[in-house]
Design a protein around this ligand. Structure first.
Ligand SMILES: NC(=O)c1ccc[n+]([C@@H]2O[C@H](COP(=O)([O-])OP(=O)(O)OC[C@H]3O[C@@H](n4cnc5c(N)ncnc54)[C@H](OP(=O)(O)O)[C@@H]3O)[C@@H](O)[C@H]2O)c1
Length: 327
């Protein structure tokens, strides 16, 4: 495994990591959740991504139960969680605990996440989306307080604009607060503008690292959706109807078939090629992979060996196939 610094921060994360979105609490039970984390760890994965909203808190509970059983030394792995959407309100309409980054919500949410994860602290607490209705200063001070109270080691953002990331960084700089060290954006062969263009100035000005998500565009970049939606795939789940059009897009699936030929010529699978392509970008600290079964972890982690094989000629070929379809 290769380990990269998270931007300017000192801690290093495995260049391939593992996250629990959709799988934990929907497809995977307690036993399977543990098995997939253990399989990833066997390849040297040291970063496990989660969020309060995943399966309405169940995903954190499953990861927490797995970590308790696995008994890994806490110094040897990083866990993250994210806040914004909140959980189903226990009382009333949840006016202060939904779609927000207000101070009251954030300071409560971290405690509840830590309880579900059975951890004393998380390594990264993310603001899962920007909140235009809370002053940025309030959010930055709240995230700083979460860090100074020892409940998170670092904090970061997810799917924030370059302007908002820089504004938050500047507020923290001005007041000598803990700065956001990392952004978590979607990044794959079909979704690359933000990472490659919009954030260009963020890397140098704020030293932001990237923990990128959906390297396979939810599975599209494996080639499995070429003939429709397999019954045992993410696209067939009850709650994923919203992504079916994207997964079965004809032009994108035709491009994926062409990528498959490149992968084959390198002795790899299409999924491995797509994951290695993300990791090839040196701005990327870690590519957060997802998997619904152990065999996928094995396949995806072997993408590591492919990274050095992606020559500039091969990257240009991949660009020619996908660039016109990417946003
Ligand atoms: N910050 C954010 O807003 C945000 C948003 C989304 C995700 N994330 C993070 O990023 C992580 C990864 O995202 P993702 O799960 O969307 O990643 P992805 O790699 O795009 O998709 C993973 C899914 O693709 C399928 N798959 C994976 N490897 C495969 C293989 N080798 N062959 C065939 N199918 C394969 C599996 O689904 P099936 O087997 O069920 O088809 C798996 O669950 C998440 O777990 C989460 O931690 C963050």
């Amino acid at each position: 495994m290769e380990y990269r610094r998270i931007g300017r921060a000192g801690a290093r994360v495995s260049v391939l990591s593992y996250g629990s979105w959709i799988t934990y609490g929907n497809q995977l039970d307690t036993k399977a959740s543990l098995e997939l984390m253990a399989a990833a760890r066997d390849y040297g994965v040291n970063f496990f991504d989660n969020a309060e909203v995943y399966a309405s808190g169940k995903s954190e509970e499953l990861m927490g139960a797995a970590l308790k059983k696995l008994k890994w030394d806490r110094l040897t792995y990083l866990v993250s969680t994210k806040f914004f959407w909140g959980l189903p309100a226990k009382f009333g309409d949840g006016v202060n605990e939904k779609n927000t980054l207000n101070r009251k919500y954030l300071l409560n949410a971290i405690d509840h996440s830590l309880a579900r994860l059975q951890l004393d602290y998380v390594d990264i607490a993310y603001c899962h989306r920007p909140d235009p209705n809370t002053p940025l200063e309030e959010t930055v001070f709240a995230m700083h307080d979460i860090v100074t109270r020892g409940k998170a080691v670092y904090w970061g953002t997810s799917e924030w604009s370059a302007a908002d990331i820089l504004a938050a960084w500047q507020i923290a700089d001005k007041h000598h607060l803990h700065k956001p060290i990392v952004e978590q954006p979607e990044y794959n062969l079909f979704h690359r503008h933000r990472v490659e263009k919009e954030y260009a100035r963020v890397y140098d000005e704020a030293g932001t690292g990237l923990t990128t998500w959906s390297p396979l565009a939810s599975g599209l970049l494996t080639g499995k959706y070429a003939k429709g939606i397999p019954s045992d795939s993410r696209g067939a789940l009850k709650n994923t109807a919203w992504m079916r059009d994207a997964l079965t897009d004809k032009e994108k699936n035709a491009a994926v078939a062409k990528l498959g030929k490149i992968a084959k010529s390198l002795g790899a699978t299409t999924a491995q090629l797509a994951i290695a392509w993300c990791a090839k970008n040196p701005r990327v600290s870690t590519v957060i992979t997802g998997a619904s079964r152990v065999s996928q972890v094995h396949e995806n982690m072997k993408a590591l060996a492919l990274i050095p094989k992606l020559s500039s000629d091969i990257l240009a070929e991949m660009d020619a196939i996908t660039a016109s379809l990417a946003d």
